[in-house]
Design a protein around this ligand. Structure first.
Ligand SMILES: *[C@@H]1O[C@H](CO)[C@@H](O)[C@H](O)[C@H]1NC(C)=O
Ligand SMILES: *[C@@H]1O[C@H](CO)[C@@H](O)[C@H](O)[C@H]1NC(C)=O
Length: 331
């Protein structure tokens, strides 16, 4: 078994909250570096953090109390996302290539050959896409979107889609076409769905019908280009107050907090790496922001400048907390 040295390099950073400096924010590397770490999910029942290393086809589990990291490996393709299944111990669903799969794995152990069942396939007839980021909606339905494999710029664009999966795994196309499906989050009122197609350079909001799972009435919440924000929006989560936390990738080097009522950037936290892929609140009090990052697109000289690229980080001291991340009700 490969062992991972956990280092406690700590960065004290300045985050700007409405123009005021906050010096109590602390960034620690907790795991990695990996190739393309993504999809952090905090399991609030077991106090474990799951995330994936997409091209390495691995699902990782980090135990915060011990620092121990275990993993499982899927043969079916790049692993874009993982979430636990509700009320079923050691059962997960994952996006693996273009398949939604169910994975049986005890996350406290490393297992390179877990039992995997295919639930459904998406993007049939579209070449070279794979499932990317995904999340569970307030009724326990899993949503995940696709992207072109191996292309930051998605040439040709608009080959991908966002899907909602029924409890039996059957996909329904929700948004098409898109280019690079990423962050997705529901408001605490369960009336709004926030969504990121990264190559649209914006965060959008739809009305969400909790009972039917339908979305409508798309509006732009924050346009990165109009607001001169470097990079693209990637993974996203929500804090207890209802503000969004968004990873800014492709040179973004930061995590931003966005007020969804006004579309204003409330805070910006600089990261020690440029390719910041996703965020999730975790820890017993859900007041630690876990942040994944990537190194797959960096040149050798960029890697020398940011040797921690691809690591998973923990940000303490933000003074905000998140809500429980939901497990999938898929059966
Ligand atoms: C929204 O959904 C969550 C998860 O199912 C539920 O706990 C919460 O009570 C819902 N909120 C409202 C305002 O209905
Ligand atoms: C973005 O930058 C341009 C050019 O520097 C400037 O004119 C514009 O006011 C800026 N917009 C915002 C929202 O900061």
């Amino acid at each position: 078994m490969k062992t991972f040295g956990v280092s406690f390099i700590v960065f004290f950073v300045t985050s700007f909250a409405l123009g005021q400096c906050q010096n109590n924010v602390k960034i620690t590397r907790i795991a990695g570096p990996y190739v393309l770490a993504e999809g952090p999910h905090w399991d609030y029942e077991r106090n474990l953090l799951y995330f994936v290393d997409i091209p390495e086809q691995r699902i990782y589990c980090y135990q915060p109390t011990t620092g121990i990291i275990t993993y499982t490996h899927l043969e079916c393709g790049p692993v874009g996302v993982v979430v636990p299944v509700a009320e079923r111990r050691n059962t997960f669903i994952a996006g693996c290539g273009r398949e939604l799969v169910q994975v049986y794995w005890d996350p406290l152990t490393t297992n390179r050959n877990p039992r995997v069942e295919v639930l459904s396939r998406v993007d049939t007839g579209v070449p070279d896409t794979r499932l990317n980021d995904g999340k569970v909606d307030p009724r326990g339905r899993f949503w995940a979107g696709t992207m072109l494999i191996g292309s930051r710029q998605a040439h040709p664009p608009d080959q991908a889609s966002l899907y909602r999966f029924a409890y039996n795994g059957t996909p329904t196309t929700m948004i098409t076409p898109i280019s690079l499906s990423n962050g997705l989050v529901w408001s605490h009122s369960n009336n709004s769905f926030y969504y990121i197609d990264s190559l649209a350079y914006n965060i959008v909001v739809y009305d969400f019908n909790d009972a039917t799972g339908d979305i409508s009435n798309k509006r732009t919440l924050l346009d990165f280009k109009k607001n001169n924000i470097t990079g693209i929006p990637d993974g996203m989560t929500i804090d207890k107050a209802g503000n969004l936390w968004v990873a800014v990738n492709f040179g973004g080097a930061r995590v931003i907090q966005v007020d969804p009522k006004t579309g204003r950037v409330l805070r910006s936290v600089e990261m020690p790496v440029t390719e910041v892929s996703s965020v999730a609140f975790g820890g017993r009090n859900k007041d630690i922001l876990y942040v994944t990052s990537a190194r797959d697109q960096l040149s050798e000289s960029q890697l020398r400048e940011q040797p921690l690229a691809g690591s998973v980080f923990a940000i303490h001291g933000l003074g905000v907390s998140g809500s429980p991340m939901l497990a999938s009700r898929i059966i």
